[in-house]
Ligand binder design. Structure first.
Ligand code: F6R
Length: 630
């Protein structure tokens, strides 16, 4: 990460570049929102069609409106619409198009209207821009540009970008340079992709949100035949597996035949490595499933085993680092935070080692306890979550080391951490995190076993558990959860209790159910019921009780009895059936790995509750897949 130097916070202006020419990311605000960006420049003539296909693979990043601009036969064609990405109406997009930019939006500035959808154009219509993030000083820039005669058609912050580039282009005549100098005037974190019809160029700039370049080559040729630029790899993996990552503070400029990288602050050129992506194309696609969420739940038949398959030497080294650290802190957000919280139990019960968990957004309050020899473990699926990046910044400021447990290789968190363990769950596209969670839990449990000098036992247990998940996720099991969802989907409230590591899983169950089905769900530690929440229980209230064959069992069964005595309908989840259960979801016994297995039927239940209530589980309202906003 960049060193901290003086300058205006959050600004990439001249005062914002340090002596090495790196933007001062430590002071930038994490305000970028999720949107999906796609662009193509190259020899293909179907750039419009490719862009729409690519965009559909990014729809999980934002889905309130979309748009495309493509240079086809010398003319810039534009289409924008509100709602989910449909088919482009104009047939003109299908041929003679070799340059395009496209965008799927999650609105921040300006309502969800066709006019506010990206791309936005310069005054002369030769520059089309798509953008992820927020230009925080757009009002000021718009005022200045208006004074110079520019007209604005939307309410967005984005629209100032093509107009300012146009002004800068008048000065330098060089498109890449014009984008670079425009960027020096923007406050905030963003990813920008700009198309210029006159120079046939695409220029990308990144100061916060991810942008990845896909390099396409015809067989047997060393030279590239085209470049894709997108927010995420699934957008172009069908065409190429060779990628180059744009880092924060960098730009890329391509005419479709070659590409150059440079530092936004200094304009100095940067060398870039090409990296080969190894995951299979099918992993990023829905296949025969109706929704990504169900596909990803089913992927857990294999993904947990992949997460367990870590280099034993590395796991032992990490365990040693935890043992030596003066304080180990675990942070994540949402579902990943629940993995961290479960790990607090793993480390205590299995290794008798104390670690400190905090949601990433709360971590700053504990910075007093960080020392140069402390260790921060961050857990994230996307590797782009702003609150986690902020926690990393806080830790680094104190000189502490950072270990990242992430799913997305090459993500910002992966690259900024001192050390990364990948969970290898494969692309997770549904907004609700499922297979990433079980992968995170598996890796954390493995580390806890390594810390107790029983890595082999941990690995054996986890591999057996992975195989039990494979057996458990059979059609009958899935059908059983669909039947249960049918029974309870009209209930407006649902409660989940657990003890020990099943307590964070109760909290996670609530998140899963809330976010996709919009049922009011709440998770509690079983022992807390009698201190308040039991007042909510009415006759027939569905209550899920997460159990394991462990020392917490008798207590949680007593809590289930307390609920039953108030008329609750008890849904037991775990390896054994008990009389107190009105319904029982049988989960294989997995000892200390029980949390990993117990959460899977709840993920499926949440999925079916959403479907039965007529909601699209892949696109929950008000949410986006990776939260790059603080
Ligand atoms: C819920 C969910 C979120 C994420 C959270 C962190 O299903 O997906 O709660 O877990 O936004 O995201 P990552 O793991 O990408 O850091």
């Amino acid at each position: 990460m960049a060193e901290d130097v003086t300058g205006t916070p959050g600004r990439l202006g001249s005062g914002a570049c340090d002596v090495k020419g790196v933007p001062r990311l430590h002071h930038l605000h994490y305000h970028a929102r999720m949107c999906g960006i796609f662009g193509y420049a190259g020899k293909r003539t179907d750039a419009g069609v490719i862009a729409i296909e690519g965009l559909k693979n990014l729809e999980y990043r934002g889905y309130d409106s979309w748009g495309i601009a493509s240079k086809c036969g010398g003319e810039l064609l534009i289409e924008k619409n509100i709602g989910a990405i449909g088919e482009i109406k104009s047939e003109d997009f299908s041929g003679r198009c070799s340059l395009s930019v496209a965008h799927t939006r999650w609105a921040t500035h300006g309502g969800v209207t066709q006019r506010n959808a990206h791309p936005h154009l310069s005054e002369d219509g030769s520059i089309a821009v798509v953008h992820n993030g927020i230009v925080e000083n757009y009002l000021e820039l718009r005022r200045d540009l208006k004074a110079k005669g520019h007209t604005f058609l939307s309410e967005t912050d984005t629209e100032v970008i093509p107009h300012l580039i146009e002004e800068e282009l008048k000065k330098s005549g060089d498109f890449a340079e014009a984008v670079r100098s425009a960027c020096m005037n923007f406050d905030g974190r963003y990813a920008i992709l700009a198309l210029h019809t006159k120079s046939n160029m695409l220029v990308a700039a990144r100061t916060g949100s991810p942008l990845i370049i896909g390099v396409e080559r015809n067989a047997g040729h060393a030279a590239a035949s085209g470049y894709f630029i997108a927010s995420d790899i699934p957008a172009f993996i069908k065409h190429t597996r060779v990628v180059q990552y744009l880092d924060d503070g960098e730009m890329a400029a391509t005419n479709g035949r070659s590409i150059s990288f440079m530092d936004i602050c200094t304009g100095e050129s940067r060398a870039k490595r090409e990296i080969k992506i190894t995951y299979r194309l099918e992993q990023a696609q829905k296949g025969d499933y109706e929704h990504f969420m169900l596909k990803e739940i089913m992927d857990q038949k294999e993904s947990v085993a992949r997460a367990v398959n870590q280099d034993e030497g590395e796991i032992r080294t990490i365990a040693e680092a935890i043992r030596r650290a003066k304080g180990t802190f675990l942070v994540g957000c949402g579902t990943a935070a629940k993995a961290c919280m479960a790990a607090e139990y793993f480390f205590s019960v299995i290794a008798e080692h104390h670690v400190n968990f905090a949601p990433a957004s709360e971590f700053k309050m504990f910075h007093h306890f960080l020392k140069p020899d402390s260790l921060l473990i961050v857990v994230s699926q996307s590797g782009e979550t702003a609150d986690v990046l902020e926690a990393m910044r806080v830790a680094r400021d104190k000189g502490a080391k950072v270990l990242a447990i992430v799913n997305v290789e090459g993500s910002t968190i992966d690259r900024d951490a001192d050390y990364t363990l990948l969970i290898n769950a494969g692309p997770e596209r549904a907004v609700a995190s499922t297979k990433a969670l079980t992968g995170q839990l598996a890796v954390l449990l493995l580390i806890a076993y390594a810390l107790s000098e029983r890595l082999k036992d941990g690995k054996t247990l986890l591999l057996e558990s992975a195989s039990a998940i494979n057996d458990m996720l059979n059609p009958r099991f899935v059908e059983r959860l669909e039947e249960l969802a049918e029974k309870i989907h009209e209930n407006d409230d649902l409660y989940i209790i657990g003890k020990s590591w099943n307590y964070p899983m109760a909290l996670e169950s609530a998140i899963k159910i809330q976010e996709v089905s919009y049922v009011h769900a709440e998770g509690f530690a079983g022992g807390e019921l009698k201190h308040g929440p039991i007042a909510l229980i009415e006759k027939g209230s569905p209550c899920i009780v997460l159990t394991g064959a462990d020392e917490a069992l008798q207590d949680i069964l007593s809590n289930a009895q307390e609920l039953k005595a108030r008329g609750a309908m008890i849904i037991g989840v775990g390896p054994q059936k008990f009389e107190v259960f009105d319904e029982w979801i049988k989960v294989p016994e997995a000892g200390t790995a029980q949390a990993i297995l117990n959460i899977i039927p709840i993920q499926a239940l949440a999925y079916f509750l959403a479907v039965k209530r007529g909601k699209n589980p892949d696109m929950p309202r008000n949410l986006a897949k990776s939260v790059t906003v603080k």
